[in-house]
Design a protein around this ligand. Structure first.
Ligand code: 5AD
Ligand code: SF4
Length: 434
């Protein structure tokens, strides 16, 4: 059971790979499972509440089947004291492990056979990059590829640097070899993952290693496939990367660039290391080099001491940037972070009211941008087929989700489509004749 971001989705593919090597296969559901692994998230309180609620539910399964193994791993277990609290609150959990030792699940299972409950989390030592972990990838057109782990940014609201440790980049040659193999194996979309992909290689000794160089190397591989990446930090996304994205016919013209806020005072308190103006200049640069680029962002409302005026600046930034899509969050207090100790925590009702206004504004912008697409043609990668509706679905190169009519299952194919209609942010299209 996976909670949280794409990094966790991919790490669960590694956990599944280890389980398969150990002799397990995928169960139809929790009721028929011999082992349930919870790969957790703690970025917001709501994620933790969900995990605890679902753990409570599987307790009854374990009561009925004492040989059921329950393991909990991932970000939530890495919070100080969390593993001990979990052990006390959920004594039926057999294995608790962290973010740096996912690859050791097989060892923990072997230990269980000699009836030892394991609790092993990362102890703060800097982790290494572990290669050659088996991966049971989800079926489909997309394959996730980690390029780096951890984060050095310490945004004041965020637990990630504490639970995932310092930035560690994988060797470029290993990443290139993995992507090559995935493309020959039929994957049409490769999504590069890292908490801060633009600082890829900065921790290494190889001076030629940086994110733009990696994109160039991957773009030079043979075959028709698409490269996506997430997440970019605005302070690190440089012109060089933007030009590389523009020049490559493989790298998707889509950039997810979390802004978080439009108020310089709040951005300072958040330790984001850019101003709203600098952020918008980056957006301008993207639009200059990559006309038609798709843009998305993360925005947080209700950071400590955020005033109505600060929030108005966030709305202003969203209006100016014109995102196709925005992920919006209510600030959630995370213990151990700098923001948790800040004065001026905002009442929930105020945060709720602000996020509603933000969502309404973004919906307006998203629909306006979608209607501008009507009449235009795009190349899209089809990754879903509905035989009942006779429709295919997928994303254009610039990240727009498009549904088009087709009698054939065209999953895995690149299709040229002409947009015929838009409803809210959804685009409808017909396939162009070849
Ligand atoms: N509260 C709310 N949202 C958060 N995020 C990170 N930490 C918090 C928090 N404490 C959001 C940020 C980040 C996204 C992945 O999650 O917007 O970009
Ligand atoms: Fe968290 Fe900031 Fe790192 Fe993103 S860049 S993971 S928000 S600390």
């Amino acid at each position: 059971m996976t909670y949280g971001c794409q990094m966790n989705v991919h790490e669960s593919e590694k956990l599944a790979g280890i389980l398969q090597e150990y002799g397990f296969c995928r169960a139809d559901g929790a009721e028929s499972a011999d082992i349930i692994v919870f790969n957790t998230c703690c970025i917001r309180e709501s994620a933790e509440t969900r995990v605890l609620g679902n753990l409570g539910r599987v307790k009854s399964l374990k009561d009925g089947n004492p040989s059921l193994i329950i393991a909990v791993c991932g970000c939530m277990t890495q919070n100080p004291g969390a593993a001990e609290r979990l052990k006390k609150r959920c004594p039926f959990v057999d294995i608790i492990f962290g973010t740096h030792n996912l690859h050791k699940l097989g060892d923990y299972l072997s230990d269980l056979e000699s009836k030892k409950t394991r609790v092993e989390i990362w102890d703060g030592e800097n982790g290494s990059v572990v290669e050659d972990v088996p991966i049971a990838r989800a079926e489909g057109v997309n394959a996730w590829v980690n390029i780096m782990y951890g984060c050095d940014n310490f945004c004041s609201y965020c637990v990630v640097p504490y639970v995932r440790g310092r930035e560690r980049s994988r060797d470029m040659s290993v990443i290139v070899a993995e992507v090559k193999e995935l493309v020959s194996g039929g994957y049409k979309e490769i999504t590069l993952l890292g908490q801060n992909v633009n600082s890829y290689g900065r921790d290494g000794n190889d001076k030629g290693t940086n994110f733009a160089a990696l994109l160039e190397k991957l773009s030079a591989l043979d075959g028709k496939f698409r490269i996506r990446f997430m997440t970019s930090h605005p302070k690190d996304l440089d012109e060089n990367v933007i030009k590389t994205v523009a020049a490559s016919d493989k790298v998707s013209d889509f950039i997810h660039l979390p802004a978080q806020s439009g108020s310089d005072r709040i951005l300072g308190l958040m330790n984001r290391k850019y101003t709203a103006k600098e952020y918008l200049t980056k957006i301008e640069t993207i639009k200059k080099y990559i006309p038609g680029a798709g843009l998305s962002t993360d925005i947080m409302v209700g950071f400590p001491s955020e005033t109505e005026d600060d929030f108005a600046k966030t709305l202003g930034l969203v209006r100016e940037a014109r995102y196709n899509n925005a992920f919006t969050f209510i600030y959630s207090r995370r213990s151990g972070t700098a923001a948790d100790k800040m004065d001026g925590q905002i009442p929930y009702e105020v945060k709720k009211e602000r996020i509603m206004r933000l969502i309404d504004l973004q919906a307006e912008i998203g629909s306006a941008l979608a209607s501008e697409c009507v009449g235009k043609t795009y190349e899209m990668l089809c990754d879903e087929y509905d035989p009942g509706q006779k429709t295919g679905r997928g994303k254009s190169d610039c990240g727009k989700t498009i549904t088009f009519g087709t009698d054939a299952d065209r999953r895995g194919g690149f299709v040229r489509v002409k947009v015929t209609g838009a409803k809210n942010t959804n685009l409808y299209a017909e396939a162009c004749e070849e």
